[in-house]
Structure formats: C-alpha cells, structure tokens
Design a binder for this molecule. Structure first.
Ligand code: PXP
Length: 237
C-alpha cells in the first residue's frame, strides 16, 4: 500500500489569518496520525506565511510517525533544519510571490548548491529527498547529488486540461518513476493530488509515498463544518 504523508501547511494558513493560536497545528498532526497518516509534512517557507519555526519545533516533539520538512536551500533554513533534525528534509524551489510551489527543483541549474545542501544535511543524519519534475536530466542530476530519495512533482498531471494531456503527463510520471527506481532511488510523489486524480497515480508501482495537503484540508473544512455547527447550536440551546 502506498503511504500517505499529510501536508498541514494550510491548517497554519487558517491560523495566520488571525495570527492566533487556532487551529492548533500539533492537534491537527495528531488527528492525521490517528486517522492513519504515515507522515506529517510541513513547509517552512522563507517568508513564514503559514508554518512558523515554533510549529516545526513543537511537531518535532509530538509527531509519532515521521516529520518531513519541506524547505528551500537558503542557508538560514538549512541551519534551522540541521538543528531540528526532522526525519526527512525535502528540498523544494521557492519564490516569494508564488501561491504554492510552482515547479520542481532545478537540480541541473543549481547543481553545486543542491549537492552541498544534500551533503550537509546528510552529514547531520537527515535523509534528503529532492522535489523534481519528472524529467530525465533532473533525475540524473538528482542521483549525482548523493540524495537517496526523490519526490516527483505531479502538478502538471493534476492541472492537465484535457484527458489526452493528463495521459501524457501520467506517462511521464511513470517513466520517471521507473528510471528513478532503476537507479535505486526511493520514489515519492505529490502536489495538486485530490480524491479523483490520485486514482491513476496509485497504479505507478515504484511510488512509495504520496504527499497530499490542499485537497485534504479542503475536504476537512466541509466534512468538519457539519459537526462544528451542531456543537455550536447545542451550546446555544
Ligand atoms: N509535495 C511538495 C514538495 C509540496 O511542495 C507540496 C505543497 O506544499 C505538496 C507535496 C502538497 O501539495 P498539495 O497541497 O497541492 O497537495
């Protein structure tokens, strides 16, 4: 069975709307784990728009499965990660203005920087995964960095506008997963996956774990709204 990493960034996005303490990020992580999540994923962005340093520190203490920290290779963030020691660091590209991570890490274009970040983190005993587009040149470069894990960016597949396009991107993901598997890399995947488009991804045998955030948090808002209103009505009675 494919493992599920739940990305809870948008629980923190909701909290940051009022700069308060609710919803509690640790409670959210615990609920995910109780429901069967195999890992908890958070992205500590350089602009700290959702997850804060204190969240990662608190999660490090309370997460019972695995804590997967998504991060850029900015020196400040790398130092923080080395101090906190998550169970995995996933290196992603980051641009200030983007709404969410828009593409995979350009390992070929920034090879020495990525290789140094991988080596430094691994020296601290932190396994590193590289979030990359399903392209052979990126995969080959990823192998050369010494990383043992990759996460394939499923964004193009998820955002496809026609079934022909979706099939094309699915094939790319399949080929990339086969190639990565043949090089001994552990293969993860994620971005833009939801309750519908995830079905075909499950067919890619090499994928060990999917990291899913937005669609789960969106569904949680609707599934949870019913109970939340009932609880308030009960109080008012
Ligand atoms: N994997 C990576 C590397 C990501 O950056 C994200 C988004 O933070 C996800 C998975 C989850 O994407 P989504 O929120 O679209 O499910």
């Amino acid at each position: 069975m494919i493992a599920l990493g739940v990305n809870i960034d948008h629980i923190a996005s909701l909290r940051e709307l009022r700069h308060g303490i609710e919803p509690d990020i640790v409670e959210a992580a615990t609920l995910c784990e109780k429901a069967g999540a195999d890992s908890i994923v958070v992205h500590l962005r350089e602009d700290r728009r959702h997850i804060q340093d204190r969240d990662v520190a608190a999660l490090r203490k309370k997460v019972r499965t695995r804590l997967n920290l998504e991060m850029s290779i900015a020196p400040e963030i790398v130092r923080f990660c080395e101090r906190i020691r998550p169970d995995q660091a996933t290196l992603v590209p980051e641009r200030r203005q983007e709404v969410t991570t828009e593409g995979g890490l350009d390992v070929t274009g920034h090879f020495p920087l990525v290789r140094n970040a991988v080596a430094g983190l691994q020296r601290h005993g932190i396994p590193v995964s590289l979030f990359i587009d399903p392209e052979k040149k990126q995969l080959e470069a990823a192998v050369r960095t010494g990383a043992r894990r990759i996460e394939l960016h499923t964004g193009r597949y998820a955002g496809a506008r026609s079934s022909a396009q979706r099939l094309k991107f699915l094939r790319q993901l399949q080929q990339a997963a086969t190639f990565a598997g043949s090089r001994g890399l552990s293969v993860f995947a994620g971005h833009g996956l939801d309750y519908d488009n995830v079905r075909r991804i499950i067919g890619i045998r090499e994928i060990e774990e999917l990291n899913i955030g937005y669609s789960i948090v969106c569904r949680a808002a609707l599934v949870g709204l019913y109970r939340a209103v009932i609880q308030m009505k009960r109080l008012l009675r």
